[in-house]
Design a protein around this ligand. Structure first.
Ligand SMILES: Cc1cc2nc3c(=O)[nH]c(=O)nc-3n(C[C@H](O)[C@H](O)[C@H](O)COP(=O)(O)OP(=O)(O)OC[C@H]3O[C@@H](n4cnc5c(N)ncnc54)[C@H](O)[C@@H]3O)c2cc1C
Length: 383
């Protein structure tokens, strides 16, 4: 049976988030744009926290966090629908109560010190594998970890680390004699961060480890078992990145429709021109295809299937098509689309990142092609 209907719970969650976005986030958009354009963060940590706590009053806390840790423990399909609703605004917001999946592998002491405060929003984490000399080829990392009695000494440099400027601790991957190992390292153990200016609003950081001494009990998982953890972190929710793009594309296409209907050139609305109609049609078709690819990937995750191929397909298609869609929407707005009076250029810059982080387009294609060429995944339908 193929059933495209949502469950009552899925519909209820989606509708609640849609209302939350319309009432609480969309009204902040002009102020977020104004602040960002004067070089400030669009939303402060306190404002974000206040919104998270407001959502918590209605039970929206820890979307994917298991119930035993105080979360909602929702399935991947519901999480994807929810993420799409959040994507309908560019106001940077996430529900509270979340923590990196690999922190759940910590021992009880590590859970107490790192996992639980991160879920509560009292501590901020960051994940650091990329280095100036190793991005797509993550196995080429050089940051080193040398054992010294009951400590490890870490040396090296990480780059493009999301939340690296704000984080209280880092999950850093370094090469020990036994292999790549993950360490939980508090900022006050001595690592330094430096902001990196980007074309988007979420400025990552460069991190420097200069003889940073880390107690042996801060190894996450097994010594030498870090690479598996890194893959698990990266693979945790690849479908969620294009999920957010779905909402953004919906908003953008709605803007294009309004513009096409209201703007007149040569005596007729733009909506009457085939050139414009085709841009709208292609965008609507690709958005629908993206929705189905994302939901299929989320369904595989929820069903416990091997979802790697489906997630790579959804991530690749989402990155490429969201960028084509925002470009068309900008084109339909003409000169106004290029200005900072409208938020289209902001979305344009933000969506560009989707083709780069958590596996570039080329790396997704490499994965997809390899899976098929080596016979790991059949070309026929995966239902
Ligand atoms: C805003 C932002 C946030 C980020 N957040 C984090 C974070 O929190 N933690 C973290 O660890 N990293 C983070 N990253 C790093 C990100 O994951 C890497 O930038 C990404 O994996 C690409 O690596 P690279 O930049 O070194 O590019 P490279 O690996 O040098 O690739 C350069 C180009 O070559 C292509 N290429 C590479 N190998 C191949 C191949 N075999 N075949 C064909 N083409 C290839 C790539 O697709 C790309 O187009 C972030 C990056 C950005 C920009």
């Amino acid at each position: 049976m193929v059933d495209f209907a949502l469950s009552d719970e899925q519909r209820a969650v989606r509708d609640w988030v849609r209302t939350f976005v319309e009432r609480e986030l969309v009204p902040l958009e002009p102020e977020v744009l104004r602040r960002e354009r004067s070089g400030e963060p669009g939303i402060t940590r306190e404002e974000s926290r206040a919104l998270q706590l407001k959502a918590r009053e209605s039970g929206f806390w820890g979307i994917l966090t298991p119930e035993e840790y105080g979360g909602m423990g929702l399935g991947a399909i519901t999480a994807s629908l929810l993420e799409a609703e959040l994507g309908r605004t560019f106001v940077p917001f996430r529900f509270g109560g979340a923590a990196d999946n690999i922190l759940f592998h910590g021992n009880s002491q590590q859970k107490e010190r790192y996992l639980l405060p991160t879920i509560e929003g009292e501590r901020i984490s960051c994940f650091a594998i990329t280095e100036p000399g190793a991005g797509s080829d993550a196995r080429a990392i050089r940051t080193s970890a040398r054992r010294d009695g009951d400590h490890w000494v870490i040396n090296g440099e990480k780059t493009f680390i999301t939340q690296g400027n704000e984080a209280d601790f880092v999950m850093v991957f370094a090469v020990a004699e036994e292999g790549v190992t993950c360490f939980l390292v508090d900022r006050d153990m001595g690592w330094k961060s430096e902001p990196i200016q980007t074309m988007g609003q979420w400025g990552p950081a460069a991190l420097v480890f200069d003889d940073v001494r880390v107690p042996a009990e801060n190894v996450l998982g097994e010594v030498g078992g870090g690479f598996a953890l890194a893959l698990q972190w990266i693979g945790q929710g690849r479908y969620l990145l294009p999920s957010r793009a779905i909402g953004s594309c919906e908003r953008l296409i709605e803007m294009a429709v309004a513009q096409a209907n209201s703007r007149t050139t040569f005596g007729e609305p733009l909506a009457e021109r085939q050139a414009i109609q085709w841009m709208v049609a292609d965008s609507v078709v690709e958005l629908q295809a993206l929705r189905l690819l994302v939901l299929h990937a989320a369904w595989q995750v929820e069903a416990g299937h091997d979802s790697r191929q489906a997630q790579s397909i959804a991530k690749l298609y989402g990155g490429v098509k969201a960028n084509e869609i925002v470009d068309r929407v900008l084109q339909i707005h003409g000169g106004m689309g290029y200005t900072r009076e409208l938020p289209i250029e902001r979305w344009y810059r933000e969506l560009r990142l989707l083709r780069i982080y958590e596996g570039t387009d080329e790396i997704q294609r490499r994965t997809i092609a390899r899976n098929v060429l080596k016979g790991h995944v059949p070309v026929s339908a995966q239902f």
